[in-house]
Ligand binder design. Structure first.
Ligand SMILES: [Zn+2]
Length: 326
């Protein structure tokens, strides 16, 4: 009996069953070895074996990720493999009781192909998602753009607006590298996107300090912050985030690998929970970080003692911050 109680107290009970919503996940980081094996001979024609892919995960740092997983997967990704990966991902989310997700489709689709081709890819992505979801999961398709030179951003936003006119996307996410450009330098492009009622997400405070978060809020007026970790070192900034009702997307395993927040007990999500701030729990890049929505929630239950009431609150806050339907 004693043994049984001690086993139960150390085993996540609620995490797997809890209904979940994921708001921060990049589609260029979905393909893993299991998926590649499941996809079979057609996908295996790609010049990347499941074993090789497995050997690159988990990524241990930015450099490790970019020079291994990022480069190799990008080199073999085709439209067909992208759609097959999306299909597998949506089916996997359903097995984890994920009822809602926003997905960031990365910039490579936007500029490598002529406009009509990228519109066709997004249309095919929508069809794939709907078929795989079977009405059990709601999905918001967003464009994820890396920060960079103004000239590139102008071309990318022209494509974003074309996809929006076609009714294919509900939001835009501005991702790392945080030092590659300021949000001020692209704020007019974001303003035009906002005028179409698209949701705005900005990654900030993952790599740089609170000033980066402040700049993103002032110039980008985001609905959601990706990571936002550094904001929690500045009390007035946290108050500002609450006052403006900005939702914060936390990614515990990603944050443990890429930032100083290794121990979940010291992660800003603990403070966010105390303050009643609106936040979500996300994988960010499930394949290179070898994590899932179930594993992230299990960590909250196991390492922080989160229970059903916490999971329910996270779900309600995440659903309220989702962009689908915009
Ligand atoms: Zn991200």
């Amino acid at each position: 009996m004693t043994l049984k109680i001690s086993w139960m107290s150390n085993t996540p009970t609620f995490a797997a069953q809890a209904a979940k919503a994921e708001l921060h996940c990049h589609t260029d980081a979905l393909l893993d070895a299991t998926m590649l094996r499941e996809l079979g001979p057609a996908a295996l024609r790609a010049e990347l074996s499941p074993d090789e892919l497995e050997g690159m995960c988990p990524a241990t740092s930015w450099d490790h990720w970019i020079t291994n997983y990022g480069t190799r997967v990008d080199a073999v990704m085709t439209r067909q493999l992208f759609l097959a990966t999306l299909d597998r991902h949506i089916r996997r989310l359903r097995t984890q009781n994920v009822v809602y997700t926003d997905l960031f489709v990365s910039g490579w689709l936007l500029l490598r192909e002529p406009e009509e081709k990228s519109i066709a890819v997004f249309r095919a992505a929508r069809e794939t998602i709907e078929a795989a979801g079977e009405g059990k999961i709601r999905v918001g398709l967003m464009v994820g753009l890396g920060r960079g030179p103004r000239e590139r951003a102008e071309k990318q936003f022209a494509r974003v607006m074309a996809l929006r006119r076609e009714g294919l996307i509900c939001g835009v996410a501005i991702a790392a590298d945080e030092s590659a450009c300021t949000i001020e330098s692209i704020h007019d492009l974001l303003d035009k996107a906002r005028e179409t009622r698209m949701g705005i997400e900005i990654h900030a405070g993952e790599q740089l300090g609170p000033e980066c978060v402040r700049e993103a809020i002032e110039w980008g007026r985001p609905d959601r912050l990706g990571h936002g970790l550094a904001a929690f070192t500045d009390e007035t900034l946290v108050e500002e985030i609450i006052r403006l009702g900005i939702h914060v997307e936390f990614c515990p395993t990603s944050n443990a690998i890429l930032t100083p927040y290794k121990d979940l007990r010291n992660h800003p999500l603990v403070r966010a929970r105390e303050l009643g701030l609106s936040y979500s729990i996300n994988t960010d890049d499930p394949a290179p970080f070898t994590c899932s929505m179930n594993s992230e929630f299990a960590r909250l239950e196991w390492e922080l003692g989160f229970g059903p009431a916490d999971f329910d609150r996270i779900l309600r806050q995440s659903l309220a911050a989702g962009f689908a339907g915009r």
